[in-house]
Every structure is written in structure tokens, then in C-alpha cells.
Ligand binder design. Structure first.
Ligand code: SAM
Length: 296
């Protein structure tokens, strides 16, 4: 801000919290960042400039929001906790390119938010230190709604970041990895110690960058069916691919046809679902549709 006094220092944060008698709500995943260097790294990872806009989820007292206001042309910050609104009015007063929207990001109509508040911005990113209790639903909502986003740069639990970026055949690889990598190029930008938050979270954190793809990496005829196949293949990790497919997806009476299809695709039925690449999941889903093997 004008005085150059960042919100995200331990002293300033404590001052603000004390002034408003704010008490953290664990149930809302409230762990505030108190390290300016980390904030700069997050903002750098999002490649912002004044022609770009940002949606922040959960601004807290505005530590990250302030840095976003300096780097981007426009910032829309969505906060669920009403108690933070007067605080944000105060801490963000020096910035005229920010609007705080009160609401639950999972309930909000984000497409309408784009139309109403981000008109004229071609490149919009989501940048946030996410509330950890809803990391996956928030990310899935952002990805599945196919919002015209450029990047999603978010602080999340390290373990979830590793799952998102995991490669086939590793223990972390699962339906979340496939979903994220279907919509985006994924990269763990940095691992972050618990000491940069108050209160300290009980888990390690990481910043992940999802660069949204213009086109999916594989051709999928029916997206809904593709993800049904993926979920079925990961349903029970100790089962073979064939057993998972037969118990979760295909009609039991058509087992021979499923075996034939896998043979034609060159996919060994005794493999585990977690060894299949996104391309193989796509081939499987497309072929099952073609052979009319999937029960709706
Ligand atoms: N951005 C701040 C920072 O880095 O210091 C705060 C991050 S804190 C981890 C998460 C924030 O998300 C809190 O301010 C919390 O109130 C808010 N929040 C929690 N659930 C939310 C939801 N469903 N929709 C919008 N905001 C939410």
C-alpha cells in the first residue's frame, strides 16, 4: 500500500486481529499467511500483470489480496466469513481495484461472476491460500465448470498437491490426478513450512500451479463417461483393472466382451487401475461407448 506496510507481517496481523477481537474459526480452515516472501512467490507463480484479473478464494484479512491488487488489474475476493468483511474494508482501503464478495465459493454462480464483474478481462486466474477442508471440491468446481481461466495457483495441503501432480503407477496417482491433469498442466511450485501461518496448520503445505489447457490432452467422446471409467478403475486399489471394471461399471453378463475389448486395446486385464495413463483411460472409455458396453 501507500505506506508500504504489508498486512502479512506477524506484528501487523496481530494488530489487526486484536483491533477487531477476531478469533480463528478452525471449521472455516482459517490459517493466515504472515510471510511476505511466500506471498511474493505465490503471486509470481501466477504470472500476473495489470491486463489480467484474479479471483481470490478466502481473502482472510487481506494479506494475499493486497499483493494481488498490486500485481493485477482487478481482484475479486470471495469470503464466507462475515466477520472479516469490516476488516477487509479497512486493510484493503488503499486499493481501488478490488471487490470483496461475501459468500460460499461452492454455492456461488461463478459463470455469472465472470459475466458481471470481470467483463473485458481475457485472462483471469484463481490465486488463493485455500481453506483446506474444502480443497478438492473447490478445485473440482473450478475445473469442471470450464471457466475461462488461465491459471489456478493455490496453497493446499502438500499431500493433496502431490496427488494432483502424480504420475501413473505411483501411490499418489488417483482419480484426482487424472481429473486435474485432464483439465490442466500441473506443477508443484513450492513446498511451504507450517511456520508461515497463524495459527500453524497440522499438515505441510504446498503451492500448486494448474495451467488450464485449451484442449484436453486426449480426445474423449463423452466426458461424463470418461470420469465414470476413471473412478471405477480406482475404486479398489488392490483389485485388478478387470475386477474393478466388472464390479463398478460393466454389466456382469458382458464380461467376455470386456475382456475382448481390453485385448483389442492392448491393455492387460490383470493390471491395476493406477497404472493406466490418461490416454489409456480415454481409449477405454471411448471404446466402451462405441461397443455399447456401458450401462447408463
Ligand atoms: N488468504 C488469507 C491468507 O492467506 O492469509 C486467508 C486464507 S485461509 C487458509 C482461508 C480463508 O477462506 C479464510 O478466510 C476462510 O474464512 C475462507 N473460507 C473458508 N471457506 C470458504 C468458502 N467455502 N468460501 C469462501 N471462503 C471460504
Amino acid at each position: 500500500n501507500a505506506s508500504g506496510k504489508d498486512i502479512a507481517t506477524p506484528t501487523r496481523t496481530r494488530e489487526v486481529l486484536e483491533k477487531y477481537g477476531f478469533s480463528f474459526k478452525k471449521s472455516l480452515g482459517q490459517n493466515f499467511l504472515i510471510d511476505t516472501n511466500i506471498l511474493h512467490n505465490i503471486v509470481d507463480a501466477a504470472h500476473l500483470d495489470k491486463s489480467r484479473a484474479v479471483i481470490e478464494i478466502g481473502p482472510g484479512i487481506g494479506a494475499l489480496t493486497e499483493q494481488l491488487c498490486r500485481a493485477a488489474g482487478r481482484v475479486i475476493a470471495i469470503e464466507i466469513d462475515q466477520r472479516l468483511l469490516p476488516i477487509l474494508g479497512d486493510t484493503l482501503a488503499p486499493y481501488d481495484n478490488v471487490e470483496v464478495v461475501h459468500g460460499d465459493v461452492l454455492e456461488l454462480d461463478l459463470a455469472a461472476l465472470f459475466r458481471d464483474k470481470l467483463k473485458g478481462y481475457e485472462k483471469v486466474s484463481v490465486v488463493a491460500n485455500l481453506p483446506y477442508y474444502v480443497t478438492t471440491p473447490i478445485l473440482m468446481k473450478l475445473l469442471e465448470e470450464r471457466l475461462p481461466l488461465e491459471n489456478i495457483v493455490v496453497m493446499i495441503q502438500k499431500e493433496v498437491a502431490e496427488r494432483i501432480a502424480a504420475k501413473p503407477g505411483t501411490k499418489d496417482y488417483g482419480s484426482l490426478s487424472v481429473a486435474a491433469q485432464f483439465y490442466a498442466e500441473t506443477e508443484v511450485a513450492m513446498v511451504v513450512p507450517a511456520s508461515v501461518f497463524i495459527p500453524r496448520p497440522n499438515v505441510d503445505s504446498a503451492v500448486i500451479r494448474l495451467k488450464i489447457r485449451d484442449v484436453p490432452p486426449v480426445e474423449v467422446e463423452e466426458e461424463g463417461l470418461f470420469f465414470r471409467v476413471v473412478r471405477a478403475c480406482f475404486a479398489q486399489r488392490r483389485k485388478t483393472l478387470l475386477n474393478n471394471l466388472m464390479s463398478g461399471l460393466f454389466d456382469k453378463t458382458r464380461k467376455e466382451e470386456v475382456i475382448q475389448m481390453l485385448a483389442d486395446l492392448g491393455i492387460e486385464p490383470s493390471r491395476r487401475g493406477e497404472t493406466l495413463s490418461i490416454e489409456e483411460f480415454a481409449q477405454l472409455a471411448n471404446e466402451a461407448v462405441r461397443r455399447q458396453l456401458l450401462t447408463k
